[in-house]
Write a protein that binds this ligand. Structure first.
Ligand SMILES: C[S@@+](CC[C@H](N)C(=O)[O-])C[C@H]1O[C@@H](n2cnc3c(N)ncnc32)[C@H](O)[C@@H]1O
Length: 275
């Protein structure tokens, strides 16, 4: 712990430190599934007992890397199609995705609660194409900050599970209706996992994850379409690993029941273009 920044965050914003730590743990591995030097640098600069509080589980860092890989791939594909597009990152915390996939031309809007945004501003000062907004993602005021002349991709990575189910549905519907032709990439934890967080049984290395009110099993994915008639397509984003034991295990966990139906998921929702 050599850094000067000593964050003291409430339980949900603190989860941004957990995901940052997992990315750094993974990125430090010689056989890393994720290249994230900015996360490693940040962890070194922050005065926080990461290892003590969150542990150093290789399994967690690998799982986190798989999720991050899904989001990075979707953002990179979007930027390949729309190099001058806008990426809106809801609940971005201390994500370092900009440093992994930016193309030098896109606009980036980061939305998070005030305490997380203030920390992000101090640790990762925004560049000329980045804007940070301290706001509740479920209150669509952030939508006013999005340039309507550019294509839009919205991401909600590690966010929706902390919201009440009705707010998740409202947020998805509002995005579909406010961003014609846009898309939303979101992830969900399965119901069994959320249940463990709500009964205080999701403890790893002494750390207890905050309760997760919203969850979705993989087989329920298509129900997301019912949030709004403006949702035109629902697509599963499958994690990939190009080396190590996960390379052969993943295809099994993604296809063989009951694992396949009860795994964490990443999903893309496409929105109708306005008639
Ligand atoms: C698990 S962290 C994920 C951070 C980042 N997306 C990542 O994957 O590393 C959850 C983030 O969601 C933010 N968050 C929770 N509720 C929010 C809300 N209502 N509006 C905006 N951000 C929220 C937290 O402050 C935190 O930064």
């Amino acid at each position: 712990m050599s850094g000067a920044e000593r964050p003291e965050l409430a339980a949900v914003p603190e989860t941004a430190l957990w995901t940052l730590w997992q990315r750094a743990v993974e990125a430090r591995r010689p056989d890393a599934l994720l290249h994230d030097p900015k996360a490693v640098e940040l962890v070194d600069r922050i005065d926080f007992p990461f290892a003590e509080r969150f542990g150093t589980s290789g399994l967690q860092s690998r799982l986190q890397a798989l999720r991050v890989g899904c989001f990075d791939r979707e953002v990179a594909d979007f930027l390949a199609r729309e190099p001058r597009g806008t990426v809106v990152c809801l609940g971005e915390g201390l994500e370092t995705q900009y440093w992994r996939v930016d193309n030098g031309r896109a606009q980036w809007l980061s939305v998070d609660l005030p305490e997380a945004t203030e920390l992000r501003e101090r640790l990762l000062p925004p560049g000329p194409r980045q804007r940070y907004l301290a706001a509740d993602a479920t209150d669509l005021t952030w939508a006013e900050a999005v340039d309507r002349d550019r294509a839009v991709l919205i991401t909600a990575q590690g966010l929706l599970m902390y919201l009440p189910p009705a707010r998740v549905r409202e947020l998805i519907a509002a995005c579909a209706e406010r961003f014609p032709g846009g898309s939303l990439v979101l992830d969900a934890v399965p119901r069994w996992f959320a249940r463990l967080t709500r009964t205080g049984k999701m403890r790893t290395s002494g750390y207890q994850a905050p309760p997760m009110p919203w969850a979705m099993d993989a087989r329920e994915r298509d129900k997301l379409r019912t949030a709004s008639p403006a949702i035109t397509a629902v697509r599963d984003v499958r994690p990939t690993a190009d080396h190590g034991p996960l390379a052969s295990l993943l295809p099994l966990t993604l296809t063989v029941p009951p694992l396949a139906g009860h795994r964490p998921t990443v999903t893309v929702l496409d929105f109708a273009t306005r008639a």
